[in-house]
Design a protein around this ligand. Structure first.
Ligand SMILES: [Zn+2]
Length: 285
C-alpha cells in the first residue's frame, strides 16, 4: 500500500530504481472548503481521471510513485507559485506574481475558468483561502517529489522523472493555445529538449510509434512547471511529461474506463521496461 499523508493530500511509494513517476492531476477527493460554483461534472472533466490506475504497475518496476489526491481544479501543482491569478482574489496578493500564458487562459496556480471558459467561482477568494491551498497541497506535493527525485539521483547518479497526465481527445476552447485541435495518442513534452536529453524523448516516441500509436513531441503540450523545476539534463536529471489521450482508456462523458484500458496500461508498462533495460542515459545518448 502506498503511503498517505494525515490529511489525505498525497499518496506515494518510494522505489529503488532511477525512475520516478508523478501524477499531479488525477486526484478526485474534492475538499469540503472548495466552494466552486460550477457543476461538479464540469470540474471532473478537467481531471486526468484514472491516470493513477494506468500506472498501478510502477512499484512492480521498482520505481517511485507520487500522486495528488486533491483535484487539479482546487490547486494546480503543475504551476509555479508566481502563477497566482490576482483577479481571483478579494484582496492584494503579497507574494511575487509573473505574467504567464496559463494565467491568461484562466489556468494559473488556482484556476479561474474551465476549459470552455466557464467561471469556477461566483465570488472572489480570500488570500487566506489561497494560502491554505498552497500550504496543504502545493508545498507537500513539491517537497515529496523533490525528495523522491533526489533519493533516486543519490542511488544511481541519474534520474528519469516521468510526469504523468492525460488529455482530452479534442482540445477545448481554453485548454491549450490550439483550441479545437484533435490530439495524437501520446504527446511527449521536454520543453523543447531543455528538461531531458533529447535522445530519451526520441526513444520513447519511436517505441510508441512502433506499436502503432500516433505521437507528437512538444506539441501542443511542452510540459510545464513540474518538468521544468526539477530537471537538469547536463547533471543527469531528466524530466519528461507524458500526455495520454483519454480516448485510449476512458469515456470522457461518463468517466468510465473503456475496453482500451488494459492495452494502454500494458503499453505503458512495456515502454518503461524497454527503456530501463537500455540502461542509463549516458549509455542511451
Ligand atoms: Zn494533467
Amino acid at each position: 500500500m502506498p503511503h498517505r499523508t494525515a490529511t489525505p493530500a498525497l499518496a506515494w511509494s518510494e522505489g529503488t530504481s532511477p525512475l520516478v513517476f508523478d501524477s499531479p492531476h488525477s486526484g478526485t477527493s474534492y475538499p469540503p472548503g472548495f466552494a466552486y460554483a460550477c457543476p461538479l461534472a464540469a470540474l471532473r472533466r478537467v481531471e486526468d481521471t484514472h491516470v493513477e490506475r494506468l500506472y498501478r504497475f510502477v512499484p512492480e518496476l521498482g520505481a517511485s510513485w507520487l500522486e495528488a489526491l486533491f483535484p487539479r481544479s482546487y490547486i494546480d501543482v503543475n504551476r509555479a507559485l508566481t502563477d497566482m491569478d490576482p483577479t481571483l482574489l478579494a484582496e492584494p496578493w503579497p507574494d511575487p506574481v509573473e505574467e504567464s500564458g496559463k494565467v491568461r487562459l484562466g489556468k494559473g496556480l488556482i484556476w479561474r475558468t474551465l476549459d470552455d471558459g466557464t467561471p469556477i467561482y461566483s465570488r472572489p477568494m480570500t488570500a487566506e483561502e489561497a494560502r491554505q491551498r498552497i500550504d496543504q497541497c502545493w508545498r507537500p506535493y513539491h517537497e515529496r517529489l523533490e525528495h523522491l527525485l533526489n533519493a533516486a539521483y543519490r542511488r544511481h547518479g541519474w534520474v528519469l522523472h516521468i510526469n504523468c497526465h492525460s488529455m482530452p481527445a479534442v482540445a477545448g476552447p481554453f485548454s491549450t493555445e490550439f483550441p479545437g485541435e484533435t490530439h495524437a495518442d501520446f504527446v511527449l513534452g521536454d520543453r523543447d529538449h531543455s528538461t531531458a536529453a533529447a535522445d530519451i524523448t526520441e526513444r520513447m516516441a519511436t517505441w510508441l510509434r512502433q506499436q502503432g500509436y500516433s505521437v507528437m513531441v512538444n506539441h501542443p503540450y511542452k510540459g510545464v512547471e513540474l518538468v521544468r523545476r526539477y530537471s537538469n539534463p547536463a547533471q543527469g536529471r531528466h524530466s519528461i511529461q507524458l500526455e495520454i489521450n483519454k480516448r485510449l482508456y476512458m469515456d470522457e462523458d461518463t468517466l468510465a474506463l473503456n475496453d482500451g484500458f488494459a492495452r494502454t496500461q500494458a503499453t505503458l508498462r512495456q515502454l518503461f521496461e524497454a527503456l530501463t533495460a537500455e540502461g542509463a542515459p549516458g549509455q542511451l545518448a
